[in-house]
Write a protein that binds this ligand. Sequence first.
Ligand code: PGA
Ligand code: ZN
Length: 438
Amino acid sequence: MAAIEGIKARRVWDSRGKPTVEVDVTLENGVLGRAIAPAGASRGTREAVDLRDGGVMLRGQNVQSALDSVNGPIAAALTGLDVQDQSRADEAILALDNSPLKDTLGGNATVATSLAVLHAAAANAGRPLWQHVAETTGFTPSLPLPEIQIFGGGAHAGRRVDIQDFMIMIPGAASFDEVMEVTSEVYFAAGDIMKSKGKLAGVADEGGWWPVFDSNEEALETLIEAIEKAGEKPGERVVVSLDIAASEFGKEGRYRLALEDRYLDSAEMIEMLGGWLETYPIASIEDPLAEDDVAGTVEFTRRFGDRVQIIGDDYLVTNVDLVRKAQTQGACNAVLIKVNQAGTISESFETFRMARAKGWGAIVSARSGETEDVSISHLATGLGGGQLKVGSFTRSERMIKWNECLRIQDTLGSGSFVGGKPLANTWWGSKNNKETAA
Ligand code: PGA
Ligand code: ZN
């Protein structure tokens, strides 16, 4: 037993220059655990909300009220508890605010505290965070397969293209290092192509290129061209992954493609995305339909769930009840795990367990507003979930998370990289299994 002695929140700043919450948890023996809350821009309506002060100061984004939640009621409730008992600590937080949105305490206050408790417990046990997570959850640790953004879009690039993330995955890589190497080649090849065609406007929120494309298909074509220019055959070692983030442009079964100035209904969206699955080597697709389009998501999963990973992000908001319901309805076959959508570590892990128990994919993910906090690299590894989404391949709040995986690899060994296994049930997996069988 090591009791929590002090909990202190301070205001720090995220990658978009917005204030956020950092929490220090100090134990009676002097051990420290520290974590910072990330922040989303394309948020699900059912996820935990950040408490922000409103008003004119800092455009309403200040977090004094969230700091007060931590330094007041949360600190009072957690002081004296055993740091090794994460569920007890999270229950104490939930006893103060058990609303799904955590709008009394603020999801930014609860997640930074919950994560800082986990860090303190790991430090107290003398373990790196990934190892502590593996030991306390019983999962076998492994280095995750990354999905890495090449172009940003949607809410992360002034809605310059409708689709939010154009990413690559490298399931054919033999090691995490190889993933980094090939990603670098593809990223800069994409930049060269865009520059030469006058299609490059800068860098988007998560470090991917900010494109000036005329259509979503032009983005896909350019991504394929970049993979080829990097010396790869698309669909072999390198595959495409998309986050449609459809809730950002779709509601009540109507989807507005701003770039092409047209509206699609749910069936037409499914047709369009199905066409892309035919044309491009896409192994994973996130939020293909909006969070309110249950029938559309079920239909999309029925038609394409046996060949592509279908991830619920805004659709499932790391919520165990929503995952259970989606599993019953046959919507999605994978969940994005964002700890600040749930608001505590225990709830996030419960959602992760529920997903894995039914053979679903589970992708630990960053938010578009990030910091130097590298917790997610450890969570993805310690849970052995197989996949990690961090954003792109520039800017330190992203690179620090990839680099942390390289450090973990030094301890865990390069053999712990999951490679293509997480995509075994997709088109990429069946194609490659066939090839190895032949
Ligand atoms: P957000 O989006 O962090 O801006 O909400 C990231 C995602 O949709 O995966
Ligand atoms: Zn998403």
